[in-house]
Design a protein around this ligand. Structure first.
Ligand code: GAR
Length: 200
């Protein structure tokens, strides 16, 4: 039986698209069973619909507080029985109910632990670093603090702005995310403290 991925998105969903393209090949060893979002009307959901993947939307504003949203999101996710949740441009902090029930990987557009949070590309440019990149990591209760699985560097070029730099990072990020998720599906993984190793 194929390894079941559930992907969470908040925006354009190009990382999701890379996963949808990858799972089209049976050798990848995984399927996307559903795509969830915290808002409606985004391209990420349209991408899922075009690929005939079920979608759901769970906005924070539909709930009295974060804890209620977390419980509702966990229940939605559980309904699809995923083996792994992939946060691919999902711009909300996941709560304990989701994180307690499923392994979650996130892709982040910086070399963590530098520049966590929602403006990683802008923050790296403002700091003046010459090298940034992307990180695929397991999600824990903190903000972009979970164990790192894979990272790749992207040099900053003179004249880069947030858009040009982010686009170059995303080219690398999509390949890295697909590579990591594929290996997790096919090989399994183990966590030893802050270290993640593929294999069972
Ligand atoms: C990606 O660069 C992802 O790393 C970033 O949002 C972009 C989503 O692109 N996520 C974060 O900044 C999370 N803090 P996409 O919607 O085209 O996949």
């Amino acid at each position: 039986m194929s390894f079941r991925l559930l992907v969470l998105v908040s925006g354009s969903g190009t990382n999701l698209q890379a996963l949808l393209d990858a799972v089209a090949d049976d050798a990848f060893g995984a399927t996307v069973v559903a795509v969830g979002a915290d808002r409606d009307g985004i391209e990420g959901l349209a991408r899922a619909e075009r690929a005939n993947v079920p979608t759901f939307v769970e906005p924070v504003a539909d709930h009295p507080d974060r804890a209620a949203w977390d419980a509702a999101l966990a229940a939605r996710i559980a309904g699809y029985g995923p083996d792994l949740v992939v946060s691919a441009g999902f711009m909300k902090i996941l709560g304990p109910r989701v994180l307690g029930a499923f392994p979650v990987v996130n892709t982040h557009p910086a070399l963590l632990p530098s520049f966590p949070g929602t403006h990683a590309v802008r923050d790296a440019l403002a700091y003046g670093v010459r090298l940034t990149g992307c990180t695929v990591h397991l999600v824990d209760a903190g903000v972009d603090t979970g164990p790192v699985i894979a990272q790749e560097a992207v040099p900053i070029q003179d004249g880069d702005d947030e858009t040009t730099l982010h686009e170059r990072i995303k080219v690398v990020e999509r390949r890295l995310l697909v590579e990591v998720v594929g290996r997790m599906a096919r090989e399994g993984w183990q966590v030893h403290g802050r270290h993640v190793r593929f294999g069972r």
